[in-house]
Design a protein around this ligand. Structure first.
Ligand code: NAD
Length: 357
């Protein structure tokens, strides 16, 4: 029987509440699919600052490295908002991506059938189905490039950031996207700004070169401004989108809203091999923390991604996604409640998904 070691980074705000529900569902899934899970907890974000003075203690990195996979709730909150940038909870997020080599961020934008009416985009544009996978480069580009302050030639204070990509960085993220497309609808859209940026021209040349190894996959290129427009004009044209760190940050938030509530969307951040960190795309929602009303489904769906991409349990992943779909027909947390569904708490939602499993 397989046994998996999972490190839990519950974090701040609603983090602990939603991770507890995801663990409940993972335990139920393990029982049903005949595997076992061992958990270890570690501190990251505001809770780590309070306990150790820093957002990402070395012990947390060590525990994550010793596990098969990591599940993260969310970090941050007003209590820590006035700390300098490098000491804020969110610095833990950038730090853990670098420390664990999590270079590929996968963000699926999927609408569950019972929530179809909730997209801000008209039904006729969505066309009954939305299933886009955004593959965002996560450890390079402008968020990790050199930056600084200087005096501008016009005499006023100025600041600069650098976008730099190596061929190797582009090639490995492109391969993740093409491999993903091979398991889906065999279409990759590479997004850049090659009409202006030299780093984008290298990006495009490299993606074209990698595409030769995937003759079955159709490749097209869009400038990022056009892609932002196409996502709301005709989102059905997309299968897999591959793009840089900053463009992916912005486009994946846009794509996630097309799918409806922020409380529904999961993500995976993958290293070379099968190791990954899984988390909902939303933040720590301090405005509703401790009230038992948070929607745990994005975190539960992050566990499904973990089973699919890190733990090689695709049937268990499908079972969780089907159970979520079933549950949504009758039960909803307040953020997605509709007239014909019953309101449940965060913990009851976890129970209902377990029951549907
Ligand atoms: P947020 O995503 O936490 O909240 C935005 C809105 O969505 C709030 O009204 C919140 O109540 C609601 N919401 C979010 N998740 C929900 C859920 N599961 N169920 C029901 N409602 C939900 O974004 P924010 O308010 O901009 O940020 C709050 C804190 O989270 C900040 O400190 C921010 O830096 C941090 N943050 C962390 C992460 C992360 O840990 N990966 C990501 C984004 C923001």
């Amino acid at each position: 029987m397989s046994n998996y070691k999972i490190t839990l980074l519950k974090g701040d705000g609603i983090g602990p509440e939603i991770v507890d529900e995801a663990v409940k569902v993972l335990n139920k899934t393990a029982e049903k699919f005949n595997f076992t899970v061992e958990y270890d907890e570690a501190l990251m974000g505001g809770c780590a600052i309070d306990a150790t003075g820093m957002p990402l203690p070395q012990e947390t990195i060590d525990k994550c490295k010793a596990s098969d996979s990591v599940l993260l709730g969310a970090v941050g909150g007003p209590k820590w908002d006035n700390l300098p940038g490098s000491q804020r909870p969110e610095a833990g997020l950038l730090g853990i991506r670098g420390a664990l080599g999590l270079f590929a961020n996968l963000r699926p934008s999927v609408i569950f059938e019972p929530l179809q009416g909730d997209s801000p985009i008209k039904d006729e544009i969505i066309g009954g189905k939305l299933d886009i996978m955004i593959v965002r480069e996560l450890t390079g580009g402008i968020y990790f490039g050199k930056r600084g302050r200087c005096d501008h030639e016009n005499g006023t204070p100025a600041a600069w950031d650098t976008e730099m990509y190596s061929e190797l960085e582009v090639e490995r993220i492109a391969r993740v996207a093409f491999d993903m497309a091979m398991k889906r609808n065999k279409k990759v859209t590479s997004v850049d700004k090659a009409n202006v940026l030299e780093s984008s021209r290298l990006w495009r040349e490299t993606v074209i070169r990698v595409s030769k190894d995937y003759p079955e996959v159709e490749l097209n290129h869009l400038y990022v401004d056009n892609c932002a427009m196409q996502l709301v004009r005709n989102p059905r044209q997309f299968d897999v989108i591959v793009t840089s760190n900053i463009f992916g940050d912005i486009l994946s938030d846009e794509a996630s809203m097309i799918a409806g509530s922020i409380g529904m969307l999961a993500s995976a951040s993958l290293a070379e091999g099968s190791f990954g960190l899984y988390e909902p795309i939303h933040g720590s929602a301090p405005d509703i923390a401790g009230q038992g009303i948070a929607n745990p489904l994005a975190t539960i769906l992050s566990v499904a991604m973990m089973l699919r991409y890190s733990l090689n349990q695709p049937e268990a992943a499908d079972a969780i996604e089907n159970a979520v779909n079933e549950t949504l027909k009758t039960y909803r947390t307040p953020d997605i409640l509709s007239a014909d569904t019953k309101k449940v708490s965060c913990s009851e939602m976890g129970d209902m998904v377990c029951a549907a499993l």
